[in-house]
Design a protein around this ligand. Structure first.
Ligand SMILES: Nc1ncnc2c1ncn2[C@@H]1O[C@H](COP(=O)(O)OP(=O)(O)OP(=O)(O)O)[C@@H](O)[C@H]1O
Ligand SMILES: [Mg+2]
Length: 229
């Protein structure tokens, strides 16, 4: 469904060249959970941003189904980001002056979605928090709103950069459970960047990065199911 072929990404800082990704190739399938691990600076966010059309590779090709994402012009790339990709970030990025419901509703509107924002919030267990503002919610609740917001775009690709990075371990597991359920119950491919090696066992597919290169990549035939807490 998604294919990275020999992706290089270089950043120019002054007269220095930083090679953030170096000949990175892999495939990601629909309905699977992929986890990307690696030390700080190994290129995880760079990889996710290229997957999501927020950045372009220096060399190599990115394919989404039959579409060559790496060849899209700016307008087409905006369309790809809007229609194909949902993002979840470490610090939620909710709009502080809007309620949970409103934060999800504006994203749903962008895509003329026929489902209601309430439905997505109930899917992440937040039916009781619809009218709370972000500062009236816990970190785990805010992250669930941000997942509901991403889902309301009905993304084919759900990209999560350290979604549990700011959460305690018990709350992290709850988020992990939601992301695993999404990957199993839909056609959506979920890609999650994490520092936590404990999550590796829950993934269908694991990519380990080191210094901008793939150190190891493998499939879990029987990924562990995240238990409900
Ligand atoms: N916009 C940029 N300009 C210059 N260098 C950059 C830029 N973005 C990233 N880099 C460099 O590219 C390399 C990979 O960065 P990246 O953010 O992808 O790492 P990461 O694996 O996500 O790290 P972390 O775990 O700390 O989030 C790093 O050396 C970083 O300094
Ligand atoms: Mg990062």
């Amino acid at each position: 469904m998604i294919e990275f072929e020999k992706i290089d990404k270089e950043y120019h800082v002054g007269d220095q060249v930083v090679k953030a990704l170096n000949e990175v190739s892999f495939k990601i399938e629909q309905g699977k959970l992929t986890i990307i691990l690696g030390p700080s600076g190994s290129g995880k966010s760079t990889l996710l941003n290229i997957l999501g059309g927020m950045d372009r590779p220096t060399r190599g090709t990115v394919k989404f189904n039959d579409q060559l994402v790496s060849k899209l012009n700016d307008h087409e790339l905006t369309d790809y980001r809007r229609k194909v990709v949902g993002f979840v970030f470490q610090f939620y990025n909710l709009i502080p002056s809007l309620t949970a419901l409103e934060n999800v509703a504006i994203a749903a509107q962008l895509n003329n979605n026929d489902y209601q924002a309430e439905d997505y919030l109930s899917q992440v267990g937040l039916s009781e928090r619809l009218n709370n503002f972000p500062n009236q919610m816990s970190g785990g609740e805010m992250q669930r709103v941000s997942i509901a917001r991403a889902l309301s775009k009905k993304p084919k690709l759900l990209l999560c950069d350290e979604p549990t990075g700011a959460l305690d371990s018990k709350t992290s597991i709850k988020i992990m459970k939601i992301l695993q359920d999404i990957s199993k119950s839909s056609e959506t491919a979920v890609v999650m960047v994490t520092h936590n090696p404990k999550f590796e066992q829950y993934a269908d597919h694991v990519i380990r990065l080191k210094d901008g290169q793939i150190e190891k990549t493998y499939d879990n035939e029987n990924p562990k199911i995240v238990e409900k807490i």
